[in-house]
Design a protein around this ligand. Structure first.
Ligand SMILES: [Zn+2]
Length: 70
């Protein structure tokens, strides 16, 4: 009886690149620039509604976000 060794494969998950997102506020449609890995909750500049929440990694968006590529 042969014991198959379960070789652990090292799967590299690419670190998601941090970038800036243009997030349109659901309430007032104002576009806000949000850092994708923000460490603070982002509020709309115009109406103060929360548009992005910090998670420790990539921010959770409460509205549609468009990536800004540079
Ligand atoms: Zn707003």
């Amino acid at each position: 009886m042969t014991i198959k060794s379960n070789k652990k494969k090292h799967i590299l998950i690419p670190e998601p690149r941090s970038n800036f997102l243009s997030v349109k506020c659901k309430q007032c449609s104002k576009e806000n620039i949000v850092f994708s890995h923000t460490t603070i909750d982002i509020k709309c500049k115009s109406c103060n509604a929360i548009i992005a929440e910090r998670t420790g990694s990539r921010a959770k968006l409460f509205s549609e976000g468009i990536e800004i590529l540079d």
